[in-house]
Design a protein around this ligand. Structure first.
Ligand SMILES: *Cc1c(COP(=O)(O)O)cnc(C)c1O
Length: 400
């Protein structure tokens, strides 16, 4: 038996990540002695804050191969998605009113599009295949003369599936349509190069990459083409008038530092997370029948694993492994009883969607934790299946 790791084990890194101690250290002086307003132009306090903000802009730009002037600070990816989509919708209203997106986007994109539908915009929600990927021919056919925006995420937050963003970017360019990417899950984890991928707008969130909550950015392309946006928040004209409001200097410093660390460590870290993820998958699948991987394994974030365990309710499994923090595709905790719309979009049955668990392995997870989680999941699923007469009756097999 392995030694038990310190409990509880956090393995929900697609929901949020711990702040890296190096990030925290960089942030701390900006709460205390360097507390100036970055917009104060007439004293040392303001200059120091502005200097720090500009340094962070550079760190973010470097990670995604943009120019610092193309980075707009926001409160996170939700706000960035809103600014990108509503901002284009308003600025390009004369040109058209059609938006192309897809069924497995984050709610920050889907609900923003739904709101625009109320104001007379037309939205195409592309379906995805069983592996979670969109079909490029279908995507191409969805673009019309009145299409003003394409919004397709890079990596999915539930199943980790990575969309063919480079191919999408090529088609967008060919058709002359602005391309927005929700990259909250991918920036810092896998290479993102806005030039190579043909991206015009890109949403970033600090707390998904070991930075603080409540800080984020939107990349806005300034040439080939120059993207116009209408502001959503008016006020003092900060961030070139695109996002008014006093800048969250410590948060911005944290986001910048998080980007710098990711840039240096991404190659090594993604290799390690992929190995741990595959170890977790093999340790579970080799010991349990009727267990399925949701979403493509070939096109996937390194640390993500999403499994369905037939005959087991996801929430019962979560309660059975209550010293492990993961999340389930069963929405019993919310107002609805609907299972994950992402899994349903992959054509996964309602039962299997309800029986799913998302494992998000991150920077601070250890091999011991992975072994522990695999053991806990296997023993809990076996126990729950033994208690389930329906499962036992439906699947009579020797040896269980
Ligand atoms: C977390 C997440 C968001 C929202 O980001 P916040 O910074 O929490 O607002 C948007 N899209 C995806 C894909 C996410 O994973």
């Amino acid at each position: 038996m392995e030694m038990a790791p310190k409990l509880p084990v956090y393995m929900d890194n697609q929901a949020t990540t711990a702040v890296d101690p190096r990030v925290l250290e960089a942030m701390l002086p900006y709460f205390t002695e360097k507390y100036g307003n970055a917009a104060s132009r007439n004293h040392e306090f303001g200059w120091k804050a502005e200097e720090a903000v500009e340094a962070a802009r550079g760190q973010i730009a470097r990670l995604i191969h943009a120019s610092p002037r193309e980075i707009i600070f926001t409160s996170g990816a939700t706000e960035s998605d809103n600014l990108a989509i509503k901002g284009v919708a308003e600025a390009y209203r004369e040109k058209g009113n059609h938006i192309v997106t897809q069924a497995t986007e984050h709610k920050a994109v889907l609900d923003t599009c739904k709101r625009l539908e109320k104001y007379g915009y037309e939205v195409t929600y592309l379906p995805v295949a069983k592996d979670g990927l969109i079909d490029l021919d279908q995507f191409r056919r969805a673009i019309k003369p009145n299409t003003i925006l394409i919004s397709i995420m890079h990596a999915n937050n539930e199943i980790g599936v990575v969309q063919p963003v480079e191919e999408i970017g090529k088609i967008a360019k060919e058709k002359g349509v602005i391309f927005h990417v929700d990259a909250a899950q991918s920036v810092g984890k896998i290479p993102v190069d806005v030039e190579k991928l043909g991206i015009d707008l890109l949403a970033i969130s600090a707390h998904k990459m070991y930075g603080p909550k409540g800080a984020g950015a939107l990349y806005v392309r300034r040439k080939n083409p120059r993207v116009e946006l209408a502001a959503m928040i008016d006020g003092g004209g900060h961030e070139r008038g695109l996002r008014s409001g006093t800048l969250n200097v410590p948060g911005i410093v944290g986001l910048g530092k998080a980007c710098e660390i990711c840039e240096k460590e991404m190659a090594q870290e993604s290799e390690r997370l992929e190995r741990l993820r595959d170890k977790l998958k093999d340790a579970i699948l080799s010991r349990l029948d009727d267990t399925f991987v949701n979403g493509s394994m070939a096109h996937r974030l390194p640390g993500n694993l999403n499994l369905s365990f037939s005959g087991v309710e996801g929430d019962a499994l979560l309660m059975g492994i209550n010293d492990v923090a993961v999340s389930s595709g069963s929405a019993c905790t919310s107002a609805t009883l609907e299972p994950s719309y992402v899994l349903r979009a992959l054509g996964i049955s309602e039962d299997l969607a309800h029986s799913s668990i998302r494992f998000g392995i991150g920077r601070f997870n250890t091999e011991e934790e992975v072994d522990y989680v695999a053991d806990r999941v296997v023993e809990t699923v076996r126990r729950l299946r033994e208690l389930s007469p329906l499962y036992e009756a439906a699947k009579p097999r020797a040896g269980r």
